[in-house]
Each structure stands twice: as structure tokens, then as C-alpha cells.
Ligand binder design. Structure first.
Ligand SMILES: N[C@@H](CCC(=O)N[C@@H](CS)C(=O)NCC(=O)O)C(=O)O
Length: 199
């Protein structure tokens, strides 16, 4: 399989965490692309020209992080990204983390169009979503990866690290001790260290 990635995308990280935790790393070749360069064959594989984009061993392109995660779960069911025996809790914990990820990327992309994006009505709401999402993760954290690596943990880790990486002007975890401790406990795990975002 081939996975088109960049080194910063939180959506790519969600997929790469699942690949690592499912033991699929050896079966996935990654190719770094600039999603704004419209290069072939990446553009052919994804009409939206966004990362992540997977091309299966059979040559089928699959775009969108959640669809790729669904495919990976079918390929290697355990550990499941969406554990059936604890689905409600997993999804409700994942939701604010995914909202925070969406908000953070909306701000980064919004800045390409408007220098005042952060402070306009949309940007201000996205900033609140990041703050509030992390606060809710602090109140209700996911399971540790060592216990069960699922979408809640993938999303929380990705949100914390991506927001810290893109918005380094403040210490986002300073007043969130439970989430801070949770993040510290995930450090050193191979899936976590090998998927860290960098510019
Ligand atoms: N809904 C998509 C979002 C993917 C996405 O926004 N990727 C960004 C990088 S974080 C991208 O490729 N941006 C290029 C663009 O917006 O054209 C998914 O879940 O995969």
C-alpha cells in the first residue's frame, strides 16, 4: 500500500498511529507530498488533493482519514480503532479532540486567505473549540495506548501535539493536569514517537 502524507498533518497522524498500532508499518510505503502542488499521481488518487490518501495494494485510492481508518480496521481488526465493547465512551471522548483538530487546521488554512482569520468570527470560534476541546479531554481523558489504542487516544494525542506544534505561543496543558499526565504516559511508545509532527 502507498500512503501520501505530509509531516505536519494531524489527519495523517491519525492514520499513521493506526498503521503502527496494527503492525502494518512494514506493508505501507509513505510518500511525502505538498498537497498544494497538485502533483500527479497524487491528484489522480484524491480529487481534493489532500493528505492522507491511501492507495491499496490493488491500486484503489481511498481518501479521507476516517475512511482509511475504516479500511485499516477491516484489514487488521485488532486492536480496533472503534472498539465495539466500549464504543459510546470511545466516541464521546474522541469527539472534542477531533473538533479541536478540525479547528486547528481550519485556522492554519484560513490564514492562507485572510491575515485576520484568527480574530474574525470564524477564527475566534475555532480558537474556543481548541481550548474547550482540550479542557473536556482533561475532564474525561482517553485510555492509555498501552491499555487500548483506539480513536479516542489517537485523536487526543494528535490534538494535544498538533495544537502545541502550531500554536506554540502558550502552554496549552499548563492548567490541564490530567491531560498533561495522560500525554506524558504515552511518551516513548513507538507509534507516538515515530509519528510526531515536524516542519
Ligand atoms: N477531511 C480530510 C481532511 C484532510 C486535510 O485537511 N488535510 C490537509 C492537511 S492537514 C490538506 O491536505 N490540506 C490541503 C488542502 O486543504 O487543500 C481527512 O479527514 O482526511
Amino acid at each position: 500500500m502507498k500512503l501520501y502524507i505530509n509531516t505536519t498533518s494531524p489527519f495523517v497522524r491519525l492514520v499513521r498511529l493506526a498503521i503502527a498500532e496494527k503492525g502494518l508499518a512494514g506493508r505501507v510505503e509513505t510518500e511525502v507530498v505538498d498537497p498544494w502542488a497538485d502533483a500527479e499521481p497524487f491528484l489522480r488518487a484524491n480529487a481534493a488533493a489532500r493528505v492522507p490518501t491511501l492507495v491499496t495494494d490493488g491500486g484503489t485510492p481511498i481518501a479521507e482519514a476516517f475512511l482509511i481508518l475504516r479500511y485499516l480496521d477491516a484489514l487488521v481488526p485488532e486492536p480496533s480503532v472503534w472498539p465495539a465493547d466500549d464504543l459510546e465512551r470511545t466516541l464521546t471522548v474522541a469527539a472534542p479532540a477531533l473538533g479541536a483538530i478540525e479547528a486547528a487546521t481550519a485556522i492554519i488554512i484560513g490564514r492562507k486567505s485572510s491575515a485576520s482569520f484568527d480574530t474574525d468570527i470564524v477564527g475566534a470560534k475555532r480558537h474556543r473549540t481548541m481550548r474547550e476541546g482540550l479542557r473536556r479531554l482533561d475532564a474525561t481523558p482517553p485510555r492509555d495506548f498501552a491499555d487500548r489504542p483506539d480513536i479516542a487516544g489517537f485523536a487526543a494525542l494528535t490534538a494535544v501535539d498538533y495544537i502545541g506544534f502550531r500554536f506554540p505561543d502558550r502552554d496549552w496543558l499548563a492548567d490541564l493536569p490530567t491531560l498533561h499526565a495522560w500525554r506524558d504516559r504515552q511518551e516513548g511508545r513507538e507509534s507516538v514517537t515515530t509519528t510526531q509532527p515536524y516542519a
